[in-house]
Design a protein around this ligand. Structure first.
Ligand SMILES: Cc1ncc(COP(=O)(O)O)c(C=O)c1O
Length: 421
């Protein structure tokens, strides 16, 4: 078995002595963890040594209601004691209600397919586009910088060629164009194109929002050329950006919308929604998944959506997002803040390494991530409090201070930040 790189000091847990890493049973698709979390509540996490952390990343925009939300825990408990799973050959559970709620939040009459992840939700969208387009009209155009998943098809839809290298040949039928560039999109359209697939904010691509003009233009172009406009809301959906769905900032109605992450607040579930006449091209046998829409996952999703509506999470994301943006903008090491609602990236002054800042923040008990080498991503719980935001800003200031004070300033490029800790 290949040796796994040694974990940094402090990562050990009760179940794992450092030597065990040599015989790690997990494939090395992630680097060694800096910390092992064992418990979570609201915006707080605890590691195996009992150290407390403030989580402003939410498992990459997943735990939008915070960790271990009691309503979701209760729903899981009750459903686990009632019915966990039956085949999709039979009707069951709360999936029907979840689909009705999602359709209402999307504001247009459509139908839902339940999957188990974001990539699978996008696979459904891609297959739908191919069936809808018909033979010879199957190409999906997406944007450079996008991220749509790691299955072979969604990897090819992902507009990051470096990620494709090792996995050629990828499934045929994907094309990439410059982000936020309507002319480039128009130039890419030929009779083989069936659909356009875009994120409202490119999350993994660095938290890069679409412009209103771009999304409006894409909708117009799709109408003119008879293409599906498919929007990947896996990271942006369900209140995170300050609207129920990110595309609602841009005044467009897509034909297909995919989502996952926040829908189960950590319980694996994804969904692909499509306008009814588009969804209607699927026939029994065209698409399926054993676990999709099963009672346990949809019970979690039903509880999540109920809390989200009760708490009016889009409003909360708007208000908390404004406070977090203001706090970040006030940090001397930050040159700008981009994003929507509570999906934000703080661009750092040239010369400050975002990975070093994220690592130092973690040391200090704050969870964020370096979405690019020069930007920190923040995606807190949508129920994050003003006090938690203030605390995060204080820790980030200290972490940046620590990092910048260890960097040799390059002719004034690096702004020294006072260490406030
Ligand atoms: C926009 C977007 N689409 C798709 C995915 C893939 O989702 P999953 O990891 O659940 O397959 C992600 C994951 O980060 C994402 O951000």
């Amino acid at each position: 078995m290949p040796r796994r790189p040694a974990a940094p000091a402090g990562h050990g847990s009760a179940m794992e002595a450092p030597d065990d890493l040599d015989q790690c049973p997990l494939m090395p698709t992630y680097g060694p963890p800096q910390v092992r979390f064992v418990r979570g509540e609201g915006s707080r996490l605890w590691d195996a040594d009992g150290k407390e952390y403030l989580d402003l990343l939410s498992g990459l925009a997943v735990t939008s209601l915070g960790h271990s939300h009691p309503a979701v825990a209760d729903a899981l408990d009750a459903q686990a004691r009632t019915l966990v799973h039956v085949s999709n050959l039979f009707g069951s559970g709360p999936g029907w209600e979840v689909a009705v709620t999602l359709d209402r939040l999307l504001g247009a009459g459509g139908q839902v397919f339940f999957a188990n992840s974001g990539a699978e939700a996008n696979e459904c969208a891609i297959k739908l586009a191919r069936k809808w387009g018909g033979r010879g009209r199957h190409v999906v155009v997406s944007a450079f910088g996008s991220f749509h998943g790691r299955t072979l098809a969604t990897l090819h839809a992902t507009g990051q060629p470096a990620k494709h290298e090792a996995f050629q040949p990828l499934p045929e039928g994907f094309r990439h164009v410059a982000w936020n560039d309507l002319d480039a999109l128009e130039a890419s359209i030929d009779p083989t194109v069936a659909a356009v697939l875009l994120e409202p904010v490119q999350g993994e691509g660095g938290v890069m929002p679409a412009t209103v003009e771009y999304f409006a233009g894409v909708r117009r172009l799709c109408d003119e050329r008879g293409l599906l406009f498919m929007v990947d809301e896996v990271q942006t959906g369900l209140g995170r950006t300050g609207k129920w769905f990110g595309h609602q900032h841009f005044g467009v109605v897509p034909d297909v919308v995919t989502m996952a992450k926040a829908l189960g607040n950590g319980v694996p579930i994804g969904a692909c929604w499509a306008r009814a006449d588009v969804a209607g091209v699927f026939e029994p046998g065209d698409h399926a998944t054993t676990f999709g829409g099963q009672p346990l996952a949809t019970a979690a999703a039903r509880a999540v959506l109920t809390v989200m509506e009760d708490e009016d999470v889009p409003r909360r994301a708007t208000e908390a997002g404004a406070a977090l943006t203001a706090g970040l903008e006030g940090l001397p090491g930050v040159t700008g803040v981009r994003g929507l609602g509570l999906l934000l990236a703080a661009q750092l002054v040239d010369g400050i390494d975002a990975r070093a800042v994220a690592a130092e923040a973690l040391n200090r008990g704050l969870v964020v991530n370096a979405v690019t080498p020069t930007a920190i991503r923040l995606a807190p719980s949508l129920l994050v409090s003003p006090a938690e935001i203030a605390e995060a800003i204080t820790v980030l200031a200290a972490a940046m201070g620590d990092v910048t004070s260890t960097v040799t300033p390059d002719a004034g490029q690096v702004l020294l930040v006072e260490d406030t800790a």
